[in-house]
Design a protein around this ligand. Structure first.
Ligand code: XLS
Ligand code: CA
Ligand code: CA
Length: 439
């Protein structure tokens, strides 16, 4: 039985191919800078968008034609598992990611909810075993259920804090059971809408307490996944605590959590925070916390979290540039398509086309970024631009030899010799264009 029109495994056919069900750039076995594309990219499918969401928006109900939707309850949950493994095979993707509430329905008590989860996790485990597919990350959904109206780890209600802890405890156990490579914390409701009723200090302290408890419990049960925090500035909360990479870094530092966490950065969250994706990746990279990415893109004309499949080659090139320069590349993380087909693309085959588009865009980005690195394009630009710090007074500044007195003495005799050089921005952009077109 097929949930995806019996589509066969997608193969690499090269950029001349007219077959829409083929990869034009993603050639899993092609070696680039010493690793295969498969190893560099570690693609993952997001369970919530492709199997659970139905295309509804605030103005209209679902439009998706999903062959598994003829079932409900636990039967639906089981059919979704089958559909997920079928799609992984079709796309030749090794990883997937899920929230606890994506995979199994909530029961009337936490006990029943956990039993439902245990049953589906066992089914997923069987499928992983027979297919060789792996879990990139799992997480707990602590934003959909109304009990989280005031937050989870940052709620004003201690009973909800305890419930959230129980939920994450279970998710960590399931992560271990499935050999998950990472565990993600995204705090959709960890934020506030007004300071008039918010104890900001207590909420942040509690969030840190919660994360320390999670670290301790994972250690206790021997779950050695990479822990990731996923920053996002807003949606659904008006102000979210993990606003962006820099804010999250300073939180981790303040609360002695830095040794245990890296960041899962999402393109659309970067733009919501007023940054480019490459900015977020660069901030994480230079601070040693670039852990994994959620691959998608927003829409300039809409301005909310539209989670579109990534097709912008500039963005994928610059993202892959940061990942290639990151120590160990994407490491234990991956390129997770936290992306959904548009409400108007409602047929099952659209989910396949969408992933092909995203995978090819990242594969192309990888090729171009690797060539930019090989040819030292940006290295040369930086070497020239910052040459003044390589010798003379600049070298004294960098080495720590200079101080305000020596700098004043230098400036007094040099003040009429200051010459700035052009930043050559347009030339640089044209060069980047040439690489994207010609590589
Ligand atoms: C929502 C987030 C969410 C996280 C996982 O905007 O992207 O889906 O990735 O909870
Ligand atoms: Ca995400
Ligand atoms: Ca998003």
């Amino acid at each position: 039985m097929s949930y995806f029109d019996n589509i066969q495994t997608i193969k690499y056919e090269g950029k001349q191919s007219n077959n829409p069900l083929s990869f034009k750039f993603y050639n899993p076995d092609q070696v680039i800078l010493g690793k295969t594309m498969r190893e560099h990219l570690r693609f993952a499918i997001a369970y919530w968008h492709s199997f659970s969401a139905n295309g509804s928006d605030p103005f209209g109900s679902g439009t998706m034609l999903r062959t598994w939707d003829k079932y409900d309850g636990m039967d639906l949950a089981k059919a979704r598992v089958e559909a997920c493994f079928e799609l992984l095979n079709i796309l030749d993707v090794d990883y997937f990611a899920f929230h606890d509430r994506d995979i199994a329905p909530e029961g009337s008590t936490l006990q029943e909810t956990n039993r439902n989860l245990d049953e589906i996790v066992a089914l997923i485990k069987d499928n992983m075993k027979s297919s060789g597919k792996k879990l990139l990350w799992n997480t707990a959904n602590m934003f959909t259920n109304p009990r989280f109206v005031h937050g989870a780890a940052t709620t004003n209600n201690a009973d909800v804090f305890a419930y959230a802890a129980a939920q994450v405890k279970k998710a960590l156990e399931h992560g271990k059971e499935l050999g998950s490579e990472n565990y993600v914390f995204w705090g959709g409701r960890e934020g506030y809408e007004t300071l008039l009723n918010t104890d900001l200090g207590l909420e942040l302290d509690n969030l840190a307490r919660f994360l320390h408890m999670a670290v301790d419990y994972a250690k206790e049960i021997g779950f050695d996944a990479q822990f990731l925090i996923e920053p996002k500035p807003k949606e659904p909360s008006k102000h979210q605590y993990d606003f962006d990479a820099a804010t999250t870094l300073s939180f981790l530092q303040k609360y002695d959590l830095l040794p245990y966490f890296k960041l899962n950065l999402e393109a659309n969250h970067a733009t919501l925070a007023g940054h480019t994706f490459e900015h977020e990746l660069r901030v994480a990279r230079i601070n040693g916390v670039l852990g994994s990415i959620d691959a998608n893109q927003g829409d300039m004309l809409l301005g909310w979290d539209t989670d579109e499949f990534p097709t912008d080659l500039y963005a994928t090139t610059l993202a892959m540039y940061e990942i290639l320069l990151n120590e160990g590349g994407i490491g234990r993380g991956g390129v997770n398509f936290d992306a959904k087909v548009r409400r108007t693309s409602f047929e099952p085959v659209d989910v396949v086309y969408a992933h092909i588009a995203g995978m090819d865009s990242f594969a192309r980005g990888l090729q171009v970024a690797a060539k930019l690195i090989e040819d030292r394009v940006f290295d040369n630009i930086l070497d020239t631009r910052y040459a003044s710090f390589k010798s003379g007074i600049g070298a004294d500044i960098v080495s720590g030899k200079a101080n305000f007195k020596t700098l004043e003495a230098y400036a007094l005799q040099n003040s009429n010799n200051i010459v700035n050089q052009s930043g050559r921005l347009e030339l640089i952009k044209a060069t980047l264009n040439q690489y994207i077109i010609n590589v």
